[in-house]
Write a protein that binds this ligand. Structure first.
Ligand SMILES: [Zn+2]
Ligand SMILES: [Zn+2]
Length: 375
């Protein structure tokens, strides 16, 4: 060859100490200016374009650049660089020009890979509603989860057994086609087979080539004691099947606890309210409360005020993590009779004579606490 090669730095119009960013932008400017799409049938522009691409492919590679800095063009011999325009090297520049000319697509990068790529199956979600009492003991439930199953007839190939699948005639199984756009060699994902390299000639009669079948999978779910609304239970590998031999996804069972007419859960504690009349509160009493553990006797000492809490230890919800249970908290609700018989009125009147009048306003407190739960 009698062609004297120009200096790469000169080609790109940059100094010898140029950094990566400036190098890239200098190259991009030239590549855009001389791009064949903008200069159809312009041989000079084509040469400039190739020259800039070659210069950039060398200077953007630290190893090649070091060799070039020391020995010039000769230093690149045997390094697969500086041998003129290499469309494969050019392909690496798609990140620079991709957005402007759509090279990302033309080079088909990724298209084929993603099609045949091993893919993990999708995760699934199943919502389940349980009663409050079930959260104390836990339970086992049978659920039916709609999900896809690999077709049993074709084992997920989508084709009938004999001659069902053939090598794609367009790309000969490569999954991509190479064609020439002006002087550029461009690889593109094969349209015919979408990059698979194979096409289904006789679709499976069971799944009609879809490879998967809709199915309802029966599963037993063990719900441990202590779960609450929002608890997620993971059933590993029970989600959608993976693609191309990939792992299946997981199934998440999401718990919702139904409201209970009497008990309300707060953390691991259960709350409820017991109404007592004014005489019971003043004299003290015992009330039977039917809890999830059976009948419990709640002792209300004499002189109990409205809003007082009685705590029954270990009668709450079991802790999901850790051991033990929360408490049952009984809020005492003192009720004053709204209608009195003549006899009751007489008794209250004589009571009034003996009781001190306590009419000073007092601090907020107990009543507000009760309201939070029950009003
Ligand atoms: Zn099938
Ligand atoms: Zn093809």
């Amino acid at each position: 060859m009698n062609v004297t090669k120009r200096d790469y730095y000169e080609v790109l119009g940059v100094g010898r100490d140029v950094d990566t960013t400036a190098l890239k932008s200098a190259y991009k400017k030239l590549a855009l200016k001389y791009h064949p799409d903008r200069n159809p049938n312009n041989h000079e522009a084509e040469e400039k374009f190739k020259e800039a691409a070659e210069a950039y492919s060398v200077l953007s590679d630290p190893q090649k650049r070091a060799a070039y800095d020391r020995y010039g063009h000769r230093g690149l011999q045997g390094m697969g660089a500086g041998q003129g325009f290499d469309p494969n090297a050019f392909a690496d520049f798609s990140d620079i020009l991709g957005d402007l000319f759509g090279f990302g697509d033309l080079f088909g990068s990724g298209g084929r890979r993603s099609r045949n790529h091993v893919q993990r199956g999708e995760d699934l979600r199943y919502d389940i509603e349980i009663n409050l009492e079930d959260t104390l003991r836990g339970l086992s439930v049978d659920i039916q989860v709609p999900r896809l199953e690999l077709c049993t007839r074709c084992q997920g190939t989508g084709a009938e057994k004999n001659d069902g699948i053939v090598t794609c005639p367009m790309c000969h199984g490569r999954g991509e086609v190479i064609y020439q756009q002006s002087f550029l060699q461009i690889r593109r994902t094969c349209n015919q087979c979408s990059g698979r390299g194979q096409i289904i000639r006789r679709p499976c009669t069971q799944c009609r080539g879809e490879r998967y079948l809709k199915n309802e999978k029966k599963l037993k779910v063990n719900i441990p004691p202590g779960v609450d609304t929002g608890t997620r239970l993971r059933l590993s590998g029970e989600g959608q099947p993976g693609g191309n031999g990939g792992q299946p996804g997981d199934l998440y069972v999401v718990v919702k606890v139904k409201e209970h007419p009497i008990f309300e859960r707060q953390g691991e504690d259960l709350h409820c309210a017991i109404p007592v009349n004014v005489a019971q509160a003043a004299l003290g009493t015992q009330v039977d409360l039917l809890t999830f553990d059976g009948l419990e006797t709640v002792k209300i000492p004499e002189g109990t005020q409205s809003g007082v809490e009685v705590r029954l230890r270990n009668r709450g919800v079991p802790r999901l993590q850790g051991s033990g249970r929360g408490d049952m908290i009984v809020h005492i609700d003192v009720r004053v009779p709204s209608k009195l018989t003549r006899e009751q009125r007489r008794l209250f009147e004589s009571l009034r004579e003996t009781l001190p009048a306590e009419n000073e306003p007092h601090e907020k407190g107990i009543m507000d606490k009760v309201k939070d739960y029950f009003m």
